[in-house]
Write a protein that binds this ligand. Structure first.
Ligand SMILES: [Zn+2]
Length: 159
């Protein structure tokens, strides 16, 4: 776990216990969001909010720490936001509960060539609604099991 000290680890355990208790909605402090960001461990991504949906699982709202995005057409860095949209991406489960990332995916407008483009997400393939690491984890489990038991274990279903 990146940069997680012993005391912050115990704070995370305490926080996670509260998260998985009967409490469905918790106002997280900045320190708790920092812990969740460390626990999530996706480079250049921070957790900004979270909630628990009984029918879905844990939903972590995340956003990029990068203010600039490289234009895929001309290679120029752009920080001009054209449009925001959010979507859910399934991530690795936590404590047997489904985890979804509510991603604020930015549509940028290049100030050089004036084209608009979507911000690429390093942790998710284009047009996919699951993280690369979830796909990798499932493939790894399938190698040592069968597809039905893996599907049961990760409780795979679409939101
Ligand atoms: Zn451009």
């Amino acid at each position: 776990m990146r940069g997680l000290t012993c005391s912050s680890f115990y704070a995370l355990i305490k926080f996670r216990t509260a998260l998985f208790s009967e409490v469905k909605s918790i106002m997280a402090s900045n320190a708790q969001l920092k812990l969740l960001t460390d626990f999530l461990n996706i480079p250049d991504v921070k957790v900004t909010h979270f909630k628990q949906e009984p029918s879905l699982g844990i939903i972590l709202s995340v956003s990029s720490l990068n203010s600039e995005v490289t234009c895929p057409h001309c290679g120029q860095k752009s920080h001009k936001l054209h449009h925001n949209y959010s979507h859910l991406i399934k991530d690795l489960p936590m404590n047997g509960q489904n985890v979804y990332l509510q991603v604020n995916k930015r549509q940028m407008k290049c100030e050089n060539c004036l084209t608009t483009f979507s911000e690429p997400l390093d942790f998710c393939e284009k047009k996919r609604n699951y993280t690369k690491r979830l796909a990798s984890d499932i493939l790894s489990q399938v190698k040592h099991s069968n597809i039905k038991s893996v599907a049961d274990r990760v409780a795979w279903r679409q939101p």
